[in-house]
Design a protein around this ligand. Structure first.
Ligand SMILES: [Zn+2]
Length: 264
């Protein structure tokens, strides 16, 4: 990914030129007004930070790309498998729908999602002009939320999966992601004989590779253009929030995608 810097914000963008027809980025934690454990561009509204700070941080993130905050479509991310097919923004005083993926073909909307170790996945079909954002933790990964997002893009917008360009953003890496037997058992059900591609055992500990797991699941849907950041949130706390490395006392970084070039 390449890094853009403006007004103190530092944002990573996928480098695949196929993304050029859309506005997208994953925000680091730099450039915001939050302090303490939330320093500084915290986008999480339910993690104990001051509301006025998260509102200012969201405004800064949207301004970075010249998007109006009122264009936002975001959800209450619950590690489930619901996909929201959006045709209008969420009014700022309207409650969030519980879901972990959002898709749309409406260029007036800005998909916005929040992360701290879970995998951000951005999808763009430059042919049908459809975008998607996915939040995949271990649950979303073993329950194949990316498949549900891609199937919804096919069903609602007649997207051909081979046209989709996918980006896998910063998330907790296999080095830092030790899981229990229960997670391993679920991964085995999802990945079968390919489980060795996504789980490694060293010193008796089970390491789950969420990056590769979601890449693998995207490949299974026929997606060929997949860029993976391979950046571990827990290894890079100056840039990212990490739920695990910070023992839950942290914020959320944002990821944004919209159809069309940035208005700057
Ligand atoms: Zn790490």
């Amino acid at each position: 990914m390449k890094r853009l810097i403006k007004n103190g914000l530092e944002v990573l963008q996928f480098e695949n030129p196929g993304f050029s027809g859309c506005t997208h980025g994953v925000f680091t934690r730099k450039g915001g007004v939050s302090i303490g454990q939330w320093t500084s561009l915290n986008q999480g509204g339910t993690v104990g930070d001051e509301r006025s700070h998260t509102i200012e941080n969201r405004k800064r993130a949207f301004e970075f790309f010249g998007r109006r905050v009122e264009s936002i479509i975001d959800v209450w991310q619950v590690h489930g498998n619901n996909v929201v097919c959006a045709d209008q923004p969420r009014a700022l005083d309207e409650p969030h729908t519980k879901a972990d993926a959002i898709i749309t073909n409406n260029p007036e909307l800005t998909i916005f999602m929040r992360f701290a170790d879970c995998v951000p996945i951005l999808l763009y079909d430059p042919v049908k002009k459809v975008i998607g954002g996915v939040h995949a933790g271990w649950k979303g990964t073993v329950n194949n939320i990316v498949k549900d997002a891609v199937l919804a893009m096919r069903e609602y917008y007649q997207v051909n999966p081979t046209d989709i360009i996918a980006g896998i953003g910063p998330a907790i890496g296999p080095d830092h992601y030790v899981v229990g037997e229960d997670v391993y058992a679920k991964a085995l059900l999802t990945f079968g004989e390919d489980v060795d591609q996504v789980v490694t055992i060293s010193n008796g500990k089970i390491h789950f590779n969420l990056w590769r797991a979601n890449e693998f699941l995207l490949e299974k849907q026929g997606i060929k253009a997949i860029e993976s950041a391979q950046i571990c949130t827990a290894c890079n706390l100056e840039d990212w929030y990490s739920h695990r490395a910070e023992n839950g006392a942290t914020g959320r970084f944002g990821a944004l995608i919209a159809i069309g070039e940035p208005h700057a």
